[in-house]
Every structure is written in C-alpha cells, then in structure tokens.
Design a protein around this ligand. Sequence first.
Ligand SMILES: NC(=O)C1=CN([C@@H]2O[C@H](COP(=O)(O)OP(=O)(O)OC[C@H]3O[C@@H](n4cnc5c(N)ncnc54)[C@H](OP(=O)(O)O)[C@@H]3O)[C@@H](O)[C@H]2O)[C@@H](O)CC1
Ligand SMILES: Nc1ncnc2c1ncn2[C@@H]1O[C@H](COP(=O)(O)OP(=O)(O)O)[C@@H](O)[C@H]1O
Ligand SMILES: [K+]
Length: 481
Amino acid sequence: MRCAHTVEQVRAAESQLMARLPEGALMQRAATGLGHAVAELLGGVYGRRVLLLVGSGDNGGDALLAGAMLARRGARVEAWQLGERWHDDGAAALRAAGGRCVTAVSATATPAPAAGGYDVVVDGVTGIGGRPGLRDAARAALDVALAAGTAGGRPLVVAVDTPSGVDVETGELPEGADHVRADLTVTFGTHKPVHLVEPGASACGAVHLVDLGLDLPPAPLEALQPGDVSALLPRPSLEAHKYTRGVVGVRAGSTTYPGAALLSVAGAASGLVGMVRYVGSDAVARTVREQHPEVVGEGRVQSWVVGSGSGDDAAQHLRQAGSDGVPVVVDADALAHLEILGAAEQRPPLVLTPHAGELARLLDVEREQVEERQLHHAREAAARFGATVLLKGPHTLAAAPDGRVRVTTTGTPWLATAGAGDVLGGVVGALLAAGLEPLDAASVGSWLHGAAATLAAAGGPIVAGDVARALPAVVRGLPLA
Ligand SMILES: NC(=O)C1=CN([C@@H]2O[C@H](COP(=O)(O)OP(=O)(O)OC[C@H]3O[C@@H](n4cnc5c(N)ncnc54)[C@H](OP(=O)(O)O)[C@@H]3O)[C@@H](O)[C@H]2O)[C@@H](O)CC1
Ligand SMILES: Nc1ncnc2c1ncn2[C@@H]1O[C@H](COP(=O)(O)OP(=O)(O)O)[C@@H](O)[C@H]1O
Ligand SMILES: [K+]
C-alpha cells in the first residue's frame, strides 16, 4: 500500500525518531536520498550544473546538504538564499564543498544566472512547513531559473519533499498564486496527500520516496498497489459454484442509450462474479443477450448497478434496486434521485460514481470547485450521503463515509472516452456482489479499470469496450496473493 500521512502525523513520527538519533542525522538521511535521486535523474554528477533555490526552513537545509554532496562529486552547485535566514550548517557544508552561495536574494535583487545555465533547479523553498503560494522573491527567482537551461531550454526541476506553493495536505493549488511544477519530487518518510491527489499530484511530476525509518500510524489516504489488489481480489475456491461467487444485477441503458446497457454489462461480465443479470426493456435486453449470451434475466442478486444511460427510467430502477437491501452502485442518471432511497439509515450500502460535474450537482457547487478541491468534496459527499463516493477523473478518489480515502494511480488519459464510466460501474458492482465491502469494491474496481485501460491503450487510443475486454488479462497479470 502506498500511504499518505498528514503533516501532523509526519511531524510526530519525525520528532519521535529524532529523539533517538544524533542531531542532524535525519536531515542527512533525507539529503543523501535527495542527492542520489538528482544524480540519477541527471545520469551523472561530474560537471553538471545545479541551482538550489533555498527557503528559510529545513526544506532548504535538505537542498543545501544534497547540494554539498553533489559538489563534492564534481557538480557545479550554486545556492540562492530566498528567505531572511537559511540553514547555516547546510550553507557551510556547501561552501566547504566548493559550492557558491548567493545571499539576500529578493524580488528586486535576483542574481544573473551562471553563464552556461543549469541542468537542474532544486526547489528547496518550502516543504511541509510552507503555506500555499510563492512569495515574490521565490517567484522571481524561479522565473529567472526556468529560463536558464543549459541547452537554451528549461532546466529539469526537482522538488524537495513537495513542490513549493502547493497545499501539501489537500493537493489543492493556490488560488491566484504561483507554485512550482516539478519533473521529479523527492519526498521523505512517507507520501503526503499532494503527491497522490490532483491537481497537486500533477505538479509533483514523478515521485520518489526516501525511506527515513519513521514509525507511522494508519494513513488517512492510501493508494492500492498490485499486491494489495491481488490480496483483496475475490477468487473462486475449489468448491465454488456460480451462486457462491455472487450475482450482480444491471439496471442500465434504455432504448435511447442501449450502448450504456452493453458497456455496464461488459464491465460486470468480465469474469469476477458467477452470474450477471440484466433488467431493462425487452428490446435492450435482447441486444444485451446477443452480445453477452451468458447474461440472464431478473432474479436474486447480491448487488445492483443502476443508472448509466437509464434516462427517464433511472428513478424507477433505483427504487426497485434499493428495495432489495443489497449494495447498489449508483451511476449517472440515477445520482439525481438518491432521495428515493429514503433516509440514510434505511438505505442499503451505496457506491456513488459521479464525475466532477455530477458531484457538483449533488453538492450544489460549480464543477470547477470540485475539480480544484477534490479531496474535500469527495469526503464531504461521502459524509453527507452516508455512502462510498467514487469521484472519477485523472486520479479517481474513493471516499468512505468514515473518512478513509483511496486514490487510483492506474489509468491513462486515453480513458477519457464515452462509456468508460459505464464499464467501471459494472466492475464495481461485480466486486460488491463477490463480497467486497464498498470501499474495497470501489478502489479495487477503479484500480483494475485504470490498469485495463493502460494495457488496452498501450500508448494509443481506445474505446470503452476495449477496457472491459482487457480486464481479464489485468487480473491474470496480478502478482500471486
Ligand atoms: N522535521 C524533520 O525531522 C525533517 C524534515 N525534513 C525537511 O524539513 C521540511 C520541513 O521544514 P520546516 O518545518 O522548517 O518547514 P519548511 O517547509 O522548510 O518551510 C519553513 C518556512 O518557510 C517559510 N514559508 C512559509 N510559506 C512560505 C511561502 N509560501 N513562500 C516562501 N516561504 C514560506 C516560513 O518561514 P518565514 O519566512 O515565514 O519565517 C516557514 O516557517 C520538510 O518538508 C523536509 O523537507 C527532512 O530534513 C527530514 C527530516
Ligand atoms: N484525464 C483522465 N485521465 C485518466 N482517466 C480519466 C481521465 N478523464 C476521465 N478518466 C476516467 O474515464 C472514465 C470516464 O467516466 P465518465 O466520466 O463516467 O464517462 P462516461 O459517462 O462517458 O462513461 C472514469 O473512469 C475516469 O476516471
Ligand atoms: K520544496
């Protein structure tokens, strides 16, 4: 499991460990990891040109000590002091290693870049102690630095712990203010939410974790890894028969949108359960059975998938599915009719699968607000509706009503294609029917769906049906549990 902890949790774990280690040992561990990561990114050290942007806190200290290490190995390292103070031991180490320190850099006194420019700019302005946004001195220095690549282009940017200016706890970007965009972020001890949650995650670039040996509590935010998915995935036992594996019912599609029925069924019928039932108009049901001969009609189910392309029938289908008492995936058109299910305590377990626009309507806010504050809105909806909420997008979030959140790191932008969400609803419904609890079903389903999209796309375009067809291969390729 990849875990992201809060700043408070990180600070508590760090101070516990620091009490047992010699002074400065933890920062040296962080700086050594950072130095190695920069060296690897540059494909060598000797003769490379490195600019450190250094703020007033320990984040700057990490940058200075890593810079000293690179300078000792032959890099040409320069550090710009952006705050009123900086980490004195770090600056002394850099000077002793032959690095150049430029003090008192301000918005009106930004140094001229070194002749020949820089291969890499290391952002040590702020880490977990930073407030969102960049101050003028940092913004001006960054502008100058980004225009000073060695080959006339932009230098690479490595963020220390977090890209400065982003909101570390939420992954939100500062409103109307600047922040660093990194090619690589080297973080320490554990991930922070910004490394996983969009839009901040995109500002981190690739993320490299340096282990510090921290003793950490359970994380409020997690990202499943292949081994986790494999361990959670329901697999048929030797004694299994189709009913013990679970039956999922699909109430999706309509005569206007028959394709949604086909795609929801395709997701549900990718082999994760013993049986799929389809309930809809005769004409659509016939089309479904032509393409999926294994699908049967109405009967007992262990979960329902409702709403994709249901149009005007969505409310009626949701009422009928909800009256069964089994978990329900509520997608698309059905999301507008949640009140039909009665008070929260009377409802069956629900997984709501909105994209940002649908969640905005549910919460009566603008789509942009959801996109800017994804973690906040997913958590708020989960608490308000007493349901697991799968907020779909580039880094889909699965939020449980108890506050736990999982983020999906599989997938590809090629997945942004009509009907992909219908397939996802079917997959999540199948996992619910197979016995997973809602947060596991939502997060495992989303992980498999993203991985199937990446496999099917192989760097090129796909349609929604390709995702469903690639699912069995993804399951087959999981590491053994
Ligand atoms: N603790 C540990 O054991 C370890 C910690 N480690 C490292 O320490 C980092 C945390 O260090 P930290 O606590 O010193 O905070 P940090 O992020 O450097 O910022 C501090 C100061 O910046 C300023 N500032 C604030 N906002 C700003 C803005 N928008 N723009 C510009 N400046 C701004 C503000 O100071 P002010 O100027 O307001 O006085 C604030 O006090 C952590 O991320 C990791 O890299 C590793 O070495 C591993 C061991
Ligand atoms: N930029 C993106 N990168 C990766 N995945 C994306 C991106 N945009 C959308 N997706 C994924 O594509 C799917 C789209 O679903 P949805 O919005 O419901 O579309 P539809 O209603 O057409 O099926 C979701 O699984 C979502 O997470
Ligand atoms: K930083």
